[in-house]
Design a protein around this ligand. Structure first.
Ligand code: AMP
Ligand code: MG
Length: 405
């Protein structure tokens, strides 16, 4: 339902130098040929192969060096049979030549060169257009631009590029008990960590968070802060969305023009999730639960894929691996459980160990693992050694501390 209501944003034109990580909104076709001409891959001598068929270490063949072609230069004239031209890496191979002999296989003296090898046809020559021809599709639309793509774009002289816009995300925290992290807390107060988690999670994928602050548990306060976020592509609130006497978020959302599409998801953590759309603008609204783990997990499972769809990302979801449980898991049938696990490779298999305290208030469980095991709704028991799917939440998970070669 969420993705059906999620529309990809329009494109914008930006400098290619700033485009790393953005998603290409137009196909890139080559406007030139690369290399533009046959050119030398080595420092050495351009030759006519037929002259050197009998050349070897024991039978060096001597040719006159008739001119020189520096990188960026041009041959003075066609190379004739019986001649050699001094050539440097990247310089165009002269007409008439059909191979380059490496400098290491030659000896020069007094305007002549002695060649000790018989080159193959086109040896050490990069042919014109071997990288790409005019009109080749170099990068299709929808690709996430990386360093290599930007290099290819530069090689056809593209300095601006059309990419999908990044969604703006207005983030509101709510709750009378909440204070900002730089404020002193008494025993009744709780630091609002969700605003930080959610803003950083947005930035990590290139979305643009803006912070609406903390609203106390009064409808007017929630409403006035939310109104400041109405121009955003997405509104994300946390807390106040459950069924308690002080949970006003849903009612306020409806008041400001949000049509709620659903409330409550059969999952743990994260049951009290609300989703709706501001009817007049199409902005998506997510009322996330307040518990820090619930807010983080519902963002991962519901908000993040929607944001990625908006920015034209081809891959909406986190990677999933198969792992074996090192402990048994039990629960009641009915809700899918997202179990925080730590992962370890043993004998070529991933092993998943549930983090001790799975309470939705224990945010540190999210940094001790890095994996979210998916304990299916209809299952009530998994044994030691059973296989389970594990989402990898840490984007650095597959990075290596070892060199690997
Ligand atoms: P609520 O949904 O308002 O019942 O909140 C559920 C729990 O989440 C409460 O223990 C809140 O203190 C906590 N909580 C709510 N908002 C935040 C937040 N922004 N940061 C950290 N914890 C929060
Ligand atoms: Mg509350």
């Amino acid at each position: 339902m969420i993705l059906a209501a999620t529309v990809r944003l329009g494109a914008e034109t930006i400098s290619a130098a700033e485009a790393a990580g953005r998603i290409l909104a137009e196909p890139i076709d080559s406007t030139r040929r690369h290399p533009p001409a046959d050119c030398s891959a080595m420092d050495g001598y351009a030759v006519c192969r037929a002259d050197l068929e009998l050349a070897s270490t024991d039978n060096p063949i001597s040719l006159p060096v008739v001119y020189e072609i520096p990188a960026g230069g041009h041959a003075e004239r066609r190379l004739e049979s019986g001649e050699a031209a001094r050539i440097f890496t990247g310089a165009p191979v002269p007409a008439g030549a059909d191979a380059v002999v490496r400098q290491e296989d030659t000896r020069d003296h007094q305007g002549r060169v002695e060649i000790r090898v018989a080159p193959a046809l086109h040896e050490h020559v990069r042919s014109a257009g071997e990288d790409f021809e005019t009109g080749d599709r170099l990068v299709p639309a929808g690709v996430v631009l990386g360093a290599m793509h930007l290099g290819v774009l530069a090689s056809i002289g593209r300095t601006i590029v059309s990419v999908y816009q990044r969604p703006t995300v207005a983030i509101l925290s709510s709750g009378d008990e909440l204070v900002e992290p730089d404020r002193a807390t008494d025993s009744g107060q709780i630091v609002s960590s969700n605003s930080y988690t959610l803003a950083a999670a947005c930035r990590e994928i290139g979305a643009r968070p803006s912070y609406l602050g903390i609203a106390g548990d009064r409808p007017e306060e929630i409403e006035s802060r939310l109104r400041a976020g109405l121009r955003a592509d997405v509104i994300v609130t946390s807390a106040g969305v459950s069924v308690g006497d002080h949970d006003h978020v849903r009612a306020v959302l409806e008041k400001i023009g949000c049509k709620l599409r659903f409330w409550g998801v059969l999952m743990k953590p994260g049951y009290p999730l609300a989703f709706g759309v501001i009817e007049s603008t199409g902005a998506l609204v997510f009322g996330l639960p307040g518990n820090p783990v619930s807010a983080a997990v519902t963002f991962e499972e519901f908000v993040r894929p929607a944001l990625r769809k908006m920015m034209g990302h081809p891959a909406l979801y986190r990677p999933v691996i198969r792992a074996r449980l090192t402990e048994k898991l039990t629960k009641r049938v009915g809700r899918v459980h997202f179990v925080r696990v730590s992962l370890e490779m043993r004998d070529g298999e991933w092993m998943a160990t549930p983090i001790g305290n799975q309470s939705s208030g224990v945010l540190t469980s999210m940094i001790r693992g890095g994996g979210l095991a998916i304990f299916a709704a209809d299952s009530e028991r998994l044994e030691v050694g059973d296989e389970i799917d594990v989402q990898i939440l840490d984007s650095g998970f597959f990075e290596q501390t070892e060199r690997g070669f």
